[in-house]
Write a protein that binds this ligand. Structure first.
Ligand code: C2E
Ligand code: CA
Ligand code: CA
Length: 404
């Protein structure tokens, strides 16, 4: 089980753990100071005095080993809790050679620990590490990731994640056709954090699975509300759709489609109004993507290739993947007015999409000129700051009431 408490506070003088206790979590010091001591014949001996940013109790990450020392807060101390599961998840994702090395080191460590114990010796495992063991950068990065991961788990539990929606304009009718769901993290101290700062971290762990389902559920619920409001204002407008980003980790999770179906059934949104956005740079087994897309189509969902033309583009994808929509990446749109080749490329993608009967979305439309150009090229939908920024449900409802 993943630990439910991600941050713990200890007042000065409180014991964090005691020597000999069984353990399955390690800690990173957010603030304060921690003393590591061990009982010896002559009394308690201080082995280490740790401060902000340092990891301790990490031996528990390797096995449910008894604590080999006692940890006490010297002053009021805040700690990030790192569970064994969090650590194992990273280990399982590591490059095979690294995974093997770590497992070998772990086995050697266990052997030497049991030998030290059986010989009645006190191990040096809690002694301070030589200065140059880790570069400061490595330590900061690794510890920072553990800390941010714990914070993100906490954010999901404490309702700090929010979904914003960016409108997609149907370029011929001038009406909103749908939205893209984009996640935001309302951090208690840092304010609104954009997805690029935390989605990669979520994708490195299995956190992307519950986060993805959270976005999907919220998006479906909110779309039902927007749809109701829209039909009051424009009775005969086509139903609104919502694009939801799907990462490769989610595709690789075999239960994922069933979970999507469950959420969709519970919220009552029709599957055809959900556009699952996948990117070409997906690193997982390509055949898995092909099967996944096929299954989504059987279930009535619509599928889009996001950021088309970037990443590991291959025309083979277009032959094999039964998709509905291509989203042209904003880098091409940005260059369209200054570089003739970029303009031709966008035109080419549009022609190709026509032949394949894909609908097209042009992303990153920031000016009137951008919108006019792609409309002239018969692009179906436009998305970008000139049309509307990602917004919260309440703001969209206000605009829908005005007949957009
Ligand atoms: P994306 O899927 O390509 O989403 C479009 C991004 O372009 C969004 O950034 C959006 O705010 C931004 N954008 C829209 N119009 C314009 C414009 O006119 N100009 C410029 N410069 N940017 C524009 P955002 O919200 O920061 O999201 C970044 C990326 O994070 C997304 O790229 C997507 O890959 C990922 N992401 C966002 N939400 C989720 C999610 O729920 N799940 C997953 N797996 N990924 C997500
Ligand atoms: Ca997208
Ligand atoms: Ca995109």
């Amino acid at each position: 089980m993943i630990e439910k408490t991600f941050t713990q506070t200890f007042s000065a003088g409180t014991r964090i753990y005691s020597e000999g206790e069984k353990a399955d979590v390690a800690y990173v010091i957010v603030s304060g100071q921690v003393e590591i001591t061990t009982a010896q014949q002559q009394g308690s001996v201080t082995l280490n005095l740790l401060t902000q940013g340092q990891l301790f109790g990490e031996m528990a990450l390797f096995e449910n080993a008894p604590r080999s020392a006692t940890a006490t807060a010297v002053e009021d101390t805040v700690l990030t809790v790192v569970s064994q599961d969090q650590f194992k998840e990273r280990l399982n994702n590591a490059e095979p050679m690294l995974r093997m090395l770590i497992r070998v080191f772990m086995a050697r460590y266990r052997l030497s620990l049991s030998q030290t114990r059986s010989e009645g010796m006190r191990s040096q495992l809690n002694a301070p590490l030589p200065e140059n063991t880790l570069s400061e950068e490595t330590q900061l990065l690794a510890v920072g990731k553990f800390k941010q991961e714990s914070e993100l788990r906490e954010a999901l539990q404490n309702d700090q994640l929010q979904v914003h929606y960016q409108p997609l304009l149907h370029l011929q009718s001038g009406l909103w056709a749908g939205f893209e769901a984009l996640i935001r993290w309302n951090h208690p101290t840092r304010g609104s954090i954009p997805p690029l700062e935390f989605i990669t971290l979520a994708e490195e762990t299995t956190l992307i699975i519950p986060i993805g389902l959270f976005v999907l559920r919220r998006a479906c619920e909110d779309m039902v509300i927007l749809q109701q409001e829209r039909s009051k204002v424009i009775a005969d407008a086509p139903p609104l759709f919502v694009g939801v980003n799907v990462s490769s980790k989610q595709l690789a999770d075999l239960d994922f489609i069933e979970r999507i179906v469950e959420v969709v059934n519970e919220t009552g949104l029709h599957p055809s109004n959900i556009k699952l956005e996948i990117t070409e740079s997906m690193t997982i087994d390509y055949q898995l993507v092909v099967k996944w897309v096929r299954r989504c189509k059987e279930l009535g969902f619509s599928v889009a290739i996001d950021d088309f033309g970037t990443g590991y583009s291959s025309m083979e994808h277009l032959l094999e993947l039964d998709i509905d929509t291509l989203k042209i990446d904003q880098t091409f749109i940005r260059k369209m007015h200054t570089e003739d080749k970029a303009h031709k490329l966008v035109k080419g993608i549009v022609n190709l999409s026509r032949a394949f009967e894909f609908s097209i979305v042009a992303e990153g439309l920031e000016t009137e000129q951008d919108v006019d150009s792609v409309r002239d090229m018969s692009v179906d939908y436009g998305q970008g700051y000139h049309i509307g920024k990602p917004q919260v449900l309440e703001d969209l409802l206000q605009q829908i009431k005005k007949g957009v």
